[in-house]
Write a protein that binds this ligand. Sequence first.
Ligand code: TRP
Length: 468
Amino acid sequence: MTEKREQWGSSLGFILAAAGGAIGLGNIWKFPYVAGQNGGAAFIIIYLIAVMVIGFPVLIAEILVGRYGQLNPVGSYRMISRGSKFWVLFGYLGILTGFIILSYYNVVAGWSLGYVFEAMRNVFSQFTNPSIAANHYEKLVNHPVWIIGFQFLLSLITVLVVYLGVQRGIEKYSKILMPLFFFILLLLVIWGLILDKERASLIFLFKPDWSVVTPRTVLDALGQAFFSLSLGMGAMLTYGSYLHHNDNILKGSFFIALLDTLIAILAGIAIFAGVFAMGLSPEGGPGLVFKVLPAVFAKMPGGYFFGILFFVLLTIAAVTSAISLLEVIASYFVDEKKLPRHIVVLSAGIFTFLLGIPSALSFGIWSDKTLFGLNFFGILDFLSANVMLPIGGLAIALLIGWNFGKEEALAELSKGAGNWVSARISSLFSLSHQAGSKLTIGTFWFYLIKYLAPVIILLVFLNSLGLI
Ligand code: TRP
């Protein structure tokens, strides 16, 4: 006996859940820092183009495969390739990638939750200079009970939401958490800009410095766009599989990409406004959020309150991403193995928690256990983000472009999309739908997927491996 497969209750629910999956740690600490160090507005402009020419088209393709198959990545790959054994392998790769990313993502997400409690205990007020904040961070991540405890708590929250199902769990909580997230971010941006009287944050982020832009910057921007939209492992595919056949994929993907990008930029403003207004200097990597910001809150008027808000914001971003990762795994075992959802979610939760423990210890007692100079956490991060995601992304572009084919892909994309797909590309600018045999929005998308995306993803892949 199998129950009927669930679907989203509304398209807003889908968009918020998918945006929640995409908006994660990558938006809040990685994007601002990378943008700041790579030419500010110059990087942001390149990033916007990267989202438009690669991120958005591949996002559409992933959601399309899911909606077509109405199944997990393995099942949907099988459906769309008409039973090919070869293409299905990339579905399995997605599930494996899901396990790996979830295991270490929960660790960092756990710190974020842990920092909510540090903020509430008013620990930040002692950080009169950034080195005290940095020492405190080192002390915490070296503490196995603290780090594994919060990793566990975070895994538990993720499991509970996914356990409740697509509508009553993921959709319901996304509809509560995402508006809260937007509201908190807005408060932080406004307060940051009130304090940052010199507008140093805006200058840092928006003053274009083209002199630091190299071909490598472009590839980094493409890689970041790809990672930020959670592409390449079937997360968006899985969420797409809960859509109805007549839901509008173009519209959904557009809002997901827009929200993800907007949030990354707003997070940059909020963070750098605080950092500069308090006279500190920006630092890269995870350190920016966990070492520098607590010192910012120590000095900032209202810092107690805004410190709590910031880490709640970061935790929401991380939890909603972790939920989307766990759902990929859950959907696979439920659809393919016909196992009850409750059992799958609990077992997958326990398994990934255990798999994450070596990653958690990588920052403390196991930090000296390294391979090629990377600790356990570093290895998993490198393998998944730099190897498995690009391979997965390449597969989806090739599958749609070269196997599924143009007629089918455009027919599928047109479902629920009004007459946008057959409208000429020029109508994007005139805001009227001119049908025509010239280049249409649909064919333009298809050519991007068939020719441009594979080449660019391959270049990004080689870049992230350090080969070019
Ligand atoms: N997009 C997430 C972020 O910005 C990270 C991520 C990459 C992800 N791939 C994913 C999250 C797949 C969920 C599912 O932090």
